[in-house]
Design a binder for this molecule. Structure first.
Ligand SMILES: [Zn+2]
Ligand SMILES: [Zn+2]
Length: 160
């Protein structure tokens, strides 16, 4: 892991790598955060994936369906970086991660009151059920807790 970090820092001096509690790319601070205690090949793949987001300058997304497209793009970029470092990311791992993402996006689009699948509102953090008119708010990150609903405050995007 330390070796890979050193290689990435040398290859992409424009990026900042910071220790944290989970892997993510924060466009607001322009930082790639990595899990301090991480080890093993899957962690290396995560680090490459977040680097992919950073290099593609993923800054924000308007709707959940865009997020999955960006996830895929970040993995493609990660695979490119991996090959340049004579590594390879297992395709099955990538598909698993994308499936997990799709599940997560699907679940949050389900009305908590009546279980109808709904469409996201224009502000991208709210859903409204067309069936029973329940409103709910979703978190901008898979790993962030849902925020208390502060209307009109746009949460900064975080990519995992
Ligand atoms: Zn409903
Ligand atoms: Zn991602």
């Amino acid at each position: 892991m330390d070796d890979l970090l050193a290689q990435l820092r040398a290859a992409f001096p424009q990026l900042t790598y910071t220790k944290g509690t989970q892997f993510c790319w924060s466009p607001e601070n322009r930082e790639v955060i990595y899990r301090q205690t991480a080890s093993g090949v899957k962690s290396q793949w995560s680090l490459l994936h977040e680097t992919g987001h950073a290099l593609l300058e993923h800054n924000s997304y308007e709707a959940d369906f865009e997020l999955i497209r960006m996830e895929l793009a970040a993995w493609n970029k990660a695979q490119e970086i991996a090959q340049s470092l004579h590594m390879e990311i297992d395709e099955e791992h990538i598909q698993d991660c994308l499936d997990t993402y799709r599940d997560w996006l699907y679940k949050r689009s389900i009305c908590p009151s009546c279980n109808t699948k709904c469409l996201q509102q224009d502000d991208f953090v709210h859903y409204r059920c067309f069936n029973c008119h329940t409103n709910w708010r979703v978190s901008p990150s898979r790993f962030c807790r849902a925020y208390r609903s502060t209307k009109n405050v746009r949460q900064p995007a975080v990519f995992n």
